[in-house]
Write a protein that binds this ligand. Sequence first.
Ligand SMILES: Cc1ncc(COP(=O)(O)O)c(C=O)c1O
Length: 387
Amino acid sequence: MISCQKSAFSLDPQVHYLNCAYMSPLSKRVEETGITALRGKRSPATITPDDFFDVPERVRETFAGLVGGNAKDVALFPSVSYGIATAARNLHPVTGQNIVVLHEQFPSNVYTWMRLAEESGADLRTVYRPAADTLSDVHEAWNEAILSAIDVGTAIVAVPIVHWADGTLFDMAAIRRRCDRFGAALIVDGTQSIGALPFSVASARPDALITAGYKWLFGPYSCALGWMGPRFAEGVPIEENWINRKGSEQFAGLVDYESDYQPGACRYDVGEKSNFILMPMLLAALEQVSEWTPAAIQEYTRQLVEPFEERILDAGYHLAPAHTRGAHLFGVRLPGGQSVKAVRRALSERNVSVSVRGNAIRIAPHVYNDETDVRALVDALESAAVS
Ligand SMILES: Cc1ncc(COP(=O)(O)O)c(C=O)c1O
């Protein structure tokens, strides 16, 4: 079990930051790494050709370790939408087939599929969040509906591991089995889970796993990572840059144009992937998360919030049962008639930072949070409930 890591961050002590799903705070370790890296550009002569490759390779290795894969299958992207576009570039659905996505899925994992559907004549099939009596029933019915939506015509299933708005958990093993049955490609957006929820590409076997770096991985903005499975071993990137070509380490020979890519998923890397400021920061962040471990983070957040759950329910709010949602990311739904405005005001009066999504409040704790933060949240919810 890890202890509270507040002292590893420079968070404002007046603010109860329970919003890692929005973006993680910068740890002191990542901040210092960034400052040192920024200063490196003062003297470009100290930046060597090896520096173009070494840190990106270590980022690949560290991310691979975190998701149970091989470094050679990791690609470096600037955003999730870029990674999703890369996967889409190499998938070829045809008229009459379908692409499965979920209701209110994050747009970076939707727009590309809308376009692919339009261009290929495939149907975009959205699996809606079912209406049900309890949140537990919603979870079960939604997972069942996803499995039923995957059929003989399914070319692609593009889903998250948890829903970004309320942390609903999706049954990745069952989805994989169903995809296997019909030969569908499984493209997973791990942005709201990788780093805080254990996930292994070796056992879950997605075809591609794409995740942003600036949330649960603690990296800077504009860095994302992809694990690209065997289906993408020989694919085509969405841009052709010099550094992804075979032999690019030999700077003197760059205009001896080369038709082969470097081996592995690095063919998909974004141009200027060596970003000398962001990459060292991302590496420091990934090393930190690997030391904490996703399993220990999940357990920390579970133990932090669990003692307060009864108070939330007693105040009339809806909270899905623990096994149906993330401990690191979950929604508190307002009862009918309860004003979102009043809840927002109560949260702001107590300096509680969370996100409000429709009639749900998204709570996203991490290891820098302690009991005081959760108490402030629950005090705010209670005060809004009685006002
Ligand atoms: C589930 C999910 N995917 C992706 C993103 C970010 O996408 P992008 O990197 O394309 O901006 C977010 C941001 O909130 C998200 O919640």
